[in-house]
Ligand binder design. Structure first.
Ligand SMILES: [Fe+2]
Length: 310
């Protein structure tokens, strides 16, 4: 029988990992065991605290569904997602910088026609016209790129979110657009607004318990992909947000901040179907890097989410 002590318990667990374990799984599990044991030693974790942690993780699962991913949000507020993205950007030099996916991405957004209003004619918010070009690193436009994008409505909720005060159609403020030969994209929406991440779940306990606010600077999320190119997972932030320096989930990067210029042009407003002559215009050009190994990002997300690859 093993006589477990503080000195040998970590090795006892490490020794249970079979030699023929998948090398990457072995690397991750060994590090997880070593670091988590050191963590317990450092804070002298009590049995009650360990039980609390177990229930915390259970609650992360309980509150999650296909429209809300509390586990993603947990990684976000701990800065783990930001760190993973920063490490990933080291091999994506030259492409548009990445930012986090967030907990509210939904697969299956409908493909809309260029120029469509993704707000589905919302009667709230500030009309916005958003456009730009997708090019390769040499400035050549790329045809057939999918921009899978999503944002909150002006009332600060994603369309399917729990607590949503308005009855939006499924996939309002979500769309896929596919670029033509000129690499251009353009669509209508409402100017993104600052919003708080949900604090009614376990992640809220962390924020409230440590004196943190829950606000994110206004942004639009993008997954941009085409076979043969590295997928861009990013966000564009409004330059006039007061939360650029204190994003609750650490997503902001200087190169991803864009101004929304106010335009007063009755002819253009009418062309876009906006009810008043004034609207906001946001412009951003995305740069993609070649990579023959990159596949459809939505399929990749699906596979990741199901953990079927493990
Ligand atoms: Fe978001």
């Amino acid at each position: 029988m093993r006589d477990l002590t503080e000195a040998n318990v970590t090795d006892a667990v490490l020794n249970t990992i079979a030699d023929d374990t998948n090398p990457r799984l072995k690397e991750i599990m060994e590090a997880l065991i070593r670091h988590s044991h050191d963590f317990v030693r450092e804070v002298n974790l009590t049995p009650d605290e360990l039980l609390y942690a177990a229930r915390f993780i259970q609650n992360v699962g309980h509150i999650s569904d296909d429209k809300r991913e509390e586990g993603v949000l947990l990684g976000d507020v701990l800065g783990l997602t930001a760190l993973v993205e920063i490490l990933g950007d080291r091999v994506r030099v030259g492409a548009t910088e990445s930012s986090l996916l967030g907990p509210f991405y939904r697969e299956g957004a409908p493909t809309r026609d260029m120029g469509d209003d993704i707000s589905l004619n919302d009667d709230e918010g500030e009309p916005a016209f958003i456009h730009g070009t997708v090019t390769d690193a040499n400035g050549n436009p790329i045809e057939g790129v999918v921009l899978d994008l999503w944002q909150t409505s002006p009332n600060m909720f994603y369309e399917a979110q729990v607590g949503q005060p308005k009855d939006y159609d499924d996939y309002a403020y979500r769309a896929k657009f596919r670029t033509g030969a000129d690499g251009k994209y353009w669509f209508r929406s409402r100017k993104p607004v600052d919003y708080p991440v949900p604090t009614d779940g376990p992640v809220g306990l962390i924020l409230n318990g440590t004196g943190r606010h829950s606000w994110r600077p206004a942004h639009l999320h993008y997954l941009i992909y085409k076979d043969g190119y590295q997928t861009i997972q990013t966000e564009l932030f409004n330059s006039d947000s007061k939360y650029l320096d204190s994003d609750a989930v650490f997503g902001v990067k200087e190169t991803l901040i864009i101004p929304y210029e106010q335009v007063d042009d009755a002819a253009r407003a009418e062309e876009y179907g906006f009810p008043t002559s004034t609207f906001y215009e946001g412009t951003y050009d995305f740069v993609m890097k070649d990579d023959a190994s990159v596949k459809d990002a939505e399929a990749a997300y699906s596979q990741r989410a199901s953990m079927s690859a493990a």
